[in-house]
Design a protein around this ligand. Sequence first.
Ligand SMILES: [Zn+2]
Length: 90
Amino acid sequence: MEPLDLIINEFLKRFYIIYIIFGLSILLMVVTFIMVRLKQTNTKIIETSTSYNEKTCPQCGGKLIQKNGKYGAFMGCSSYPRCKHTASID
Ligand SMILES: [Zn+2]
């Protein structure tokens, strides 16, 4: 093998390593991005389902949602802290 071939060979090897590392980091970024987006979507679905068949607040007309406090679960206004209406769960 000629010295030039060796140099080219070495250069190509290094280039491939850089290319693979670069590709993997992009793949990792894409996967992380998708995971974050999925998490956000899941949270939105949960929020929608919990506030689906809720009652309305008699004080401000907002939605009453189930909350967990020191003394257990209760219904609280979704406009909290603007509205502090609470009710027991029946
Ligand atoms: Zn309210």
